[in-house]
Design a protein around this ligand. Structure first.
Ligand SMILES: C[S@@+](CC[C@H](N)C(=O)[O-])C[C@H]1O[C@@H](n2cnc3c(N)ncnc32)[C@H](O)[C@@H]1O
Length: 175
């Protein structure tokens, strides 16, 4: 488990409920959530990424612990208040409209549930920008964890904690 994911999961703690992971990517956060005891649903809009990650999870023997779903974070295909945990790791800056994604995260999180958001900080952005240049991919938005915390406070009165780590900043709040 990568160090920044471990740090985020230590803040969240172990649990038994349903956790939604937004932006599956390579499935690192989804895997970590499953290891921490959650029943994980992980969603990504990129079918190829999902197929690749399904292969990785199969190799690791944990495919049965994680439900992979193809869909858009701006319009989550779940009923209101479905999940005990709604989490995302280094995916918010790829979103076309991060505020809409935050609206959706709050909507599908149960009352009393946790919202966990890990995002690249300035140093992390520099490191990842180099990798993106090599791959020809890019980031949609230059957002910070403070932007995320401010939006959730103003729109939903959610007061979270921000923990700063080497490459990522972590926001956690109860709904
Ligand atoms: C850097 S990866 C995230 C890393 C991943 N969370 C992990 O733990 O390995 C970003 C992912 O967000 C996905 N993504 C971007 N926009 C999205 C959207 N609107 N809805 C769902 N997934 C999206 C991308 O396809 C990509 O797989």
């Amino acid at each position: 488990m990568e160090r920044d994911i471990k740090e985020a999961l230590e803040i969240l703690g172990r649990g038994e409920g349903k956790a939604l992971d937004i932006g599956t990517g390579r499935g690192r956060l989804a895997t970590a959530l499953a290891e921490y005891g959650y029943q994980v649903v992980s969603i990504d809009e990129n079918k190829e990424a999902l197929i690749r990650t399904r292969g990785l999870l199969e190799e690791e023997g944990i495919l049965n612990d994680i439900l992979l779903i193809h869909g858009d974070a701006h319009n989550l295909p779940f009923l209101d208040e479905t999940f005990e945990v709604v989490a995302t790791y280094n995916a918010m800056h790829h979103m076309r409209d991060y505020k809409k994604v935050l609206d959706e995260m709050v909507r599908v999180c149960k009352k009393g549930g946790s919202i966990l958001i890990s995002e690249l900080n300035e140093y992390g952005k520099k490191v990842v920008a180099e990798r993106h240049k090599e791959r020809g991919s890019h980031h949609e938005a230059n957002i910070s964890i403070e932007d995320i915390a401010k939006y959730l406070k103003v729109e939903y009165a959610l007061i979270g904690e921000i923990k700063q780590r080497e490459r990522t900043d972590i926001f956690i709040s109860k709904k």
